[in-house]
Ligand binder design. Structure first.
Ligand code: ADP
Ligand code: MG
Length: 227
């Protein structure tokens, strides 16, 4: 069995960065595992998630060395559309992710691109809106929502694509206690179904969901024991 995520001796720098941001990073994430990434601002957490999601090197460029594999295949050899079918990423700033006139359209967009039938899309819209407790906002314009509500819709929109790997990049930052609890339940459920999750987080209550917490520091990834 190949692991969902396997990274070996990964080095990365942006074109204009003087030093390597990731410096011999090794990471294996097992099926059904929740891994949390912590580290100071600028330590490269978002860069690493963008590499796992294939955004780097397919959309954003830089100097990259080493192996990054999803289920045994190197991301650079996969098509980004094929990665998108199985790997969902939610960014910290929901405004970079939301662009549709209604919440419903926003959630339908991903599945539509995956050529999923209308009836199934309808089922998913209802399911994910219920999961984030935002059913009553279905016909709302996302621009009219609060930051936390936008984050919930961004998460719902990615969940509607039913990914096998979910990457959350500080995607809970604007949620209140209730919202965090909702997403916590979603995460536990996601894991229970045998899916894999990498989350970048600061809040302890979210870190407590993780099977392992890893710290990114000086371009290296180290397991944090007894955090
Ligand atoms: P974190 O998510 O841990 O805060 P990032 O991955 O966003 O860290 O950034 C790591 C480093 O890479 C920072 O020094 C940041 O300024 C730099 N960086 C991030 N994105 C780019 C980019 N598109 N081009 C050049 N440098 C970048
Ligand atoms: Mg970041």
């Amino acid at each position: 069995m190949t692991n969902p995520i396997e990274i070996n001796k990964l080095y990365f720098k942006y074109k204009n960065s003087p030093d390597y941001i990731l410096n011999a990073v090794d990471l294996t994430v097992f099926k059904g595992e929740i891994v949390a990434l912590v580290g100071l601002s600028g330590s490269g957490k978002s860069t690493l998630l963008n590499i796992i999601s294939g955004i780097i090197p397919h959309i954003r460029k830089g100097k990259i060395k080493g192996e990054v594999k999803l289920w045994g295949k190197e991301t650079k050899d996969l098509k980004i559309v094929d990665i998108t079918k199985r790997v969902g990423i939610v960014f910290q700033d929901p405004d970079t992710q939301l662009f549709s006139p209604t919440v419903e359209d926003e959630i339908a967009f991903g599945p539509e691109n995956l050529m999923i039938e209308r009836e199934e899309i309808e089922r998913r819209i209802e399911k994910v809106l219920q999961a984030v407790n935002m059913e009553e906002y279905r016909y709302e314009n996302p621009n009219n929502l609060s930051g936390g509500q936008k984050q919930l819709i961004a998460i719902a929109a990615i969940l509607a694509m039913e990914p096998d790997i979910l990457l959350l990049d500080e995607a809970l930052s604007q949620l209140d206690t209730n919202g965090k609890k909702r997403v916590g339940d979603i995460i536990i459920d996601f894991k229970r179904q045998g899916n894999t999750l990498v989350l970048v987080e600061h809040h302890l209550e979210s870190l407590s969901l993780a099977d392992r917490v890893l710290e990114l520091k000086d371009g290296k990834l180290k397991e944090l024991k007894g955090w």
